[in-house]
Design a protein around this ligand. Structure first.
Ligand code: HEM
Ligand SMILES: CC(C)=CCC/C(C)=C/CC/C(C)=C/COP(=O)(O)OP(=O)(O)O
Length: 318
């Protein structure tokens, strides 16, 4: 009886340890990073992605992002302890020691690099590694605590998975790859500043110079507005002049974009209204998810067949 209780306790604490390491990787953000990788892969492969390559690239991307987030958790453990939202993370709450987290992060990075080099190619592996380095050194170490432009420049790290996807398929980077990178890059300020408007007091408390803290809500919503407009315009360049996506993607990008602009416009006129900021933040996530799914659907051979059939029907009628 006593032995059973002891083994149950061991079992529970083992699960808690696993859970703590899992939380270090900030797992909720990773699926969207992977969706941007997928959008890029499908366009690069013209709708026919090798399933093994897809699996390997997703796994390599996940490991790289998890490594980057773990190092971020180690570095930011002081401010994470002071902020309500992040206080219960594994580092500030003392569930994982710095040395162990560091070993975990290095193991993840090595695994990611090896997997991508062996089963995809060196360019994809190096891009993922540069994503980790950029996120840790440029965003976390250099900019996050020192510049109101922290997330604008730092946003480049979050856009790298799109390059990884393209590189995994083609072994090179093209204009379209850089455009998908730019779309995620330009989308990041509306995504993050909408959230920062909601939790600016938390950032102010720990002295992180997020734009709403330093320049106020009115200046922030203006910036969000401009970035939203440029993001939506950029999404259309995939159709023209690049011709990498077709009419189905164009319709999706236009509809999603119109809604993005509407929500951003509402925030522009209600800079102090937290529910409006929250609505834009939540929408920004659905927007990126659906936009990338639109890239995938548009690239599929069946979509091309259906579109061509519809166009021939229209010709017949007219
Ligand atoms: C420098 C750039 C970025 C910053 C500073 C940032 C910051 C944040 C923060 C602070 C949260 C709230 C997380 C929480 O409550 O624990 C969040 C949520 C989220 N971010 Fe970002 N983000 C950035 C870029 C990205 C990128 C590039 C993606 C994916 C393409 C992304 C996807 C998400 C998702 C999916 C969530 C919602 C997670 C949930 O369900 O709670 N973010 N972001
Ligand atoms: C290819 C590759 C490995 C790319 C790395 C991409 C990556 C990890 C992007 C994450 C972007 C993000 C959610 C930042 C939040 O940081 P934060 O520290 O401001 O968030 P917090 O306030 O919740 O701690």
């Amino acid at each position: 009886m006593i032995e059973t209780n002891v083994s149950r306790r061991h079992h529970e604490s083992f699960l808690q340890v696993i859970q703590s390491y899992y939380q270090l990787t900030k797992p909720r953000i990773i699926p969207l990073l992977l969706i941007t990788t997928a959008g890029s892969m499908w366009i690069a492969a013209k709708g026919q992605v090798d399933p093994v390559l897809l699996l390997v690239t997703m796994a390599g991307g996940t490991l790289a992002a998890a490594s980057a987030q773990t190092i971020n958790c180690i570095y930011d453990r002081d401010i994470d302890y002071d902020m309500e939202r992040t206080r219960h993370r594994p580092m500030p709450s003392g569930k994982v020691q710095v040395r162990d987290a560091l070993i975990f992060a290095i193991a993840l990075a090595v695994l990611s690099f090896t997997l991508l080099t062996v089963f995809a190619n060196l360019l994809a592996a190096s891009l993922a590694l540069s994503g980790i380095i950029f996120y840790v050194l440029i965003y976390t170490h250099w900019l996050k605590r020192h510049s109101t432009q922290n997330i604008v420049i730092g946003g480049a790290a979050g856009a790298i998975p799109a390059l990884v996807g393209w590189a995994a398929v083609t072994g090179t980077l093209s204009w379209s790859a850089w455009l998908i990178f730019a779309i995620v890059f330009l989308w990041t300020p509306p995504h993050f500043w909408a959230l920062a408007l909601m939790i600016r007091d938390d950032y102010a408390k720990v002295g992180i110079p997020m734009l709403p803290v330093v320049e106020g809500n009115a200046a922030t919503v203006k910036q969000i507005w401009y970035y939203t407009l440029i993001t939506v315009a950029a999404t259309l360049l995939l159709v023209y002049p690049l011709h990498s996506s077709g009419i189905v993607y164009a319709a999706i990008a236009l509809s999603l974009g119109a809604l993005f602009i509407r929500k951003s416009w509402r925030l522009l006129h209600n800079p102090d209204d937290r529910p409006t900021a929250r609505e834009l933040f939540l929408y920004s996530i659905s927007y990126m998810m659906l936009l990338c799914l639109g890239m995938v659907v548009d690239s599929l051979p069946i979509t091309h067949h259906l579109v061509n059939a519809a166009i021939s029907q229209l010709h017949l009628i007219s």
